[in-house]
Write a protein that binds this ligand. Structure first.
Ligand SMILES: [Zn+2]
Length: 203
């Protein structure tokens, strides 16, 4: 197992040297995607795989912390949320991704790790949180646009089904999340599922 891993790594290094463009195989994204290392995440203490492609995308707001308008602010928000969620013994930040008002996307658990954000929908969805309190105020256009583009990116990479259903946290749990103004906004987006009937789950 270990040998195989080293072999795979060695061939990646050889390929990278021979074909330098392979170092960055990702398509250029229309938004900035900050990885966990970029916001100095601490290691997760709980990592459950998420079976992909998922059928659902669940939208959240943070309420607290409030909106962040620079990458530096948003990175601090990610750290504070991770710290808080780890204090709840969730093992990591609950969301799969977050999006800031400046238009940046921030990797939480990522595409392939089950989040803790929507109760029994955790194992069949990706949770995306728009940092801020969106009860009465609509998020800035950049934040909404990046959210849509992040979902499309997830579809293009095969982590989200192309016929996915979009819903707000309040449709699966008793909460006002993602806030009335944001919920009203996403209810007009393609793929919004007003009925949000989740399939019966075994666990
Ligand atoms: Zn929520």
């Amino acid at each position: 197992m270990l040998v195989a891993a080293f072999c795979a790594m060695a061939s990646v290094i050889v390929a990278a040297v021979a074909f330098p463009e392979k170092l960055n195989p990702e398509p250029s994204l229309p938004f900035k995607l900050y990885k966990r290392a970029d916001w100095k995440a601490t290691p997760a203490t709980e990592v459950e795989p998420l079976s992909t492609p998922v059928q659902y995308v669940v939208i959240h707001h943070t309420y607290i912390p409030g909106a962040c308008h620079t990458a530096d602010q948003c990175k601090l928000s990610m750290q504070s949320m991770q710290h808080y969620h780890q204090s709840l013994e969730w093992g990591d930040i609950g969301y799969n991704f977050c999006v800031g008002s400046e238009g940046g996307a921030y990797e939480g658990r990522g595409w392939e790790v089950r989040g803790i954000h929507a109760g029994r929908a955790n194992s069949i969805s990706v949770g995306i949180c728009l940092i801020g309190d969106w009860r009465t105020e609509v998020p800035p256009a950049k934040q909404l646009q990046t959210t849509k583009e992040l979902i499309e990116y997830g579809v293009s990479k095969g982590f989200i089904r192309s016929d996915y259903k979009l819903m707000g946290h309040q449709q699966v749990m008793p909460t006002e999340c993602p806030g009335g103004a944001l919920f009203n906004t996403i209810s007009k987006w393609d793929h919004f599922e007003p009925n949000a009937v989740l399939p019966a789950l075994s666990s």
